[in-house]
Each structure stands twice: as C-alpha cells, then as structure tokens.
Design a protein around this ligand. Sequence first.
Ligand code: AMP
Ligand code: ZN
Length: 115
Amino acid sequence: MSDCLFCKIAAGEIPSDKVFEDDCVLVFRDISPQAPTHLLAIHRKHYAAVHDIPPEEVATLMGRLTAALCISLRRVGLDKSGYRLVVNSGEIAGQTVPHLHIHVLGGRELAWPPG
Ligand code: AMP
Ligand code: ZN
C-alpha cells in the first residue's frame, strides 16, 4: 500500500532499527518506546488487522511472524525476562498505524489489566 508508514518501513523507504528481517516479515524497534524494550513485528504484505488476512494465508503468515518473534525475543534477551505481546486493532483499541503489527513490550513490570 503506497501511503502506509509500515509498508514504507518494510520497503526500506523509511529507516528503522531492525532486529530481524526476512522475505516475509520484519521486526524493528518502536520509535516511541513504551517500555525499555519495545519492538514491532510486521508482515511485508499489507493487512490492516488479523481478520483481514485471507483464511488460506493465516497459518503461513502468522506462523512466519511468530517464528520471527521467537528469534527476535532471543536476540534482545526477553526470552529470559518475560514480555507482553499486544495487537491493537481499530480506533477503539488505539491503533494508529493501520498495518497489522504485534507490539513486544518488556524490560519492566507490565500492569494487568492494561486499562
Ligand atoms: P499502534 O498505536 O498500535 O497502531 O502502534 C503504532 C506504533 O508505531 C506506535 O507505538 C508508534 O510509536 C510506532 N511508530 C510510529 N512511527 C514509527 C516509526 N517511524 N518507526 C518505528 N515505530 C513507529
Ligand atoms: Zn502497510
């Protein structure tokens, strides 16, 4: 999608601090971290939310994203200390970038429920 911030990051048109990338997904540091470690995991292909992924692509795309998360969590050391994964979908959940992304938050106590 030409006018999407995360599509531009995936295409390398906007710089990002990458932790992991392959042909399908990208994991990079959030520019405005809400925790000492705050990563974002995205697909290169544009979908606004999980429910927008065609059913026949869900297993592959979410599998690839989860695999990238596993590698990234180990790279930044959160596999040892714990973390939270968050997906905001739609305005009601506070989604500001309409390109599906998983937030990874760690490095501090994370309150529950999140509010
Ligand atoms: P959300 O509010 O769930 O849509 O999350 C969007 C996230 O993207 C926010 O945490 C922003 O800080 C982050 N963000 C916005 N622009 C950039 C950027 N250029 N590089 C990295 N993260 C960004
Ligand atoms: Zn996009």
